[in-house]
Design a protein around this ligand. Structure first.
Ligand code: FO1
Length: 317
């Protein structure tokens, strides 16, 4: 079956995704298979409470990307943003290290109020998605509190304190997920995995973006029991991350940053790994994981679509 026919048949896809790279990839995927056929399972391990507001950066990166509201250059937050509220916060001597723009703030206000009133994160997310005209289903991996912590030589930090506050400068000795034992998949997550004809792991950091999603035990078990192909897209090219600390983390925690080290982050969970053309001579040690070689840098909409099509190619005709 050609890629076009596959897309026209609306192959149903579940994609596990972190923020920046994942959001770009999801845009390409939705272009190819359509919004109705796509369910995104988003990371909440880097959620943070700022100035009393609940911020879900990865869900928001995906939401803004699909709504056409994302700031593509910055990679997070909204385009056409202003920072008046943050300036006021700073001038009052309060916490301004985590930059919330004026437009972005509106969304955090609505989400926080709903959570405070007892609405689950998945329900608020569905409402926000609908209000922004996004047809793709976006589900947090869990409605329960799950927070990523990094153990470093300088101490242990919650994700955003390490990532933004300290500019992820500290090497990471271990990644932990507070709340992982109690976290249950959000409503719709297991059904999305069971109904998918293809499961994708977006080109996101395996440790701090996909890792917290897989820390939800029932979700991980469902993935391990899958009857459909699961394909990861490597976020690295020639062992280097396009953005962020994934390469340094892999070298320190896995002993290297080649395709086999990326695949090693997902033992028993993936059938294929999409790698960049530049890595074609570095495919040893993948074992049962089939390499799919293509250009992985998502420079524009065409490149995003081509990458999604390459991953879709893992489904037998
Ligand atoms: N990233 C930064 O590097 N600095 C910031 O001040 C910052 C603020 C911020 C506010 C809202 C939001 O949704 C994301 C924000 N991010 C910021 C991005 C975020 O820290 C990370 O990109 C993700 O958590 C990792 O996927």
């Amino acid at each position: 079956m050609s890629l076009r026919a596959r897309a026209e048949r609306r192959l149903s896809v579940a994609v596990l995704s972190g923020g920046v790279g994942g959001a770009r990839f999801v845009r390409g995927l939705v272009d190819v298979v359509g919004a109705a056929a796509t369910t995104v399972l988003g990371n909440v391990g880097d959620d943070v409470e700022v100035l009393g507001l609940h911020v879900s950066p990865d869900l928001d990166s995906i939401l803004y990307a699909l709504a056409g509201l994302a700031d593509d250059r910055r990679g997070w937050g909204r385009s056409d943003e202003t920072w008046n509220a943050l300036e006021t916060v700073g001038s009052l001597g309060a916490e301004d290290w985590f930059a919330l723009g004026d437009r972005d703030l509106g969304l955090h206000l609505v989400r926080t109020q709903a959570l405070y009133a007892g609405e689950p994160l998945s329900a608020v997310t569905a409402r926000l998605t609908e209000a922004l005209g996004v047809e793709t289903r976006l589900l947090p991996a869990t409605d329960d509190r799950l927070r990523t912590w990094l153990d470093t030589p300088a101490g242990s930090f919650p994700f955003q304190e390490w990532f933004v506050g300290r500019g992820h400068r500290d090497e990471v000795d271990a990644v932990r997920f507070e709340g992982e034992h109690a976290a249950r998949p959000a409503q719709g997550v297991l059904e999305a995995l069971a109904g998918a004809e293809l499961i994708l792991l977006a080109p996101s950091n395996p440790y701090v973006s996909v890792g917290p999603i897989l820390a939800v035990r029932e979700l991980r078990d469902a993935l391990a029991r899958r009857r459909v192909p699961c394909v990861a897209i490597s976020p690295l090219i020639r062992g280097r991350a396009v953005k962020g600390p994934a390469d340094r983390m892999l070298r320190r925690l896995a002993g290297g940053s080649s395709p086999r080290h990326v695949a090693g982050c997902y033992p028993g969970l993936i059938d294929a790994l999409v790698v960049d053309e530049a890595d074609v001579d570095d495919l040893d040690g993948l074992g049962e994981v089939r390499p799919i070689v293509t250009r992985t840098l998502m420079t524009d909409a065409d490149a995003r679509r081509r990458l999604a099509e390459a991953a879709l190619g893992a489904v037998p005709a």
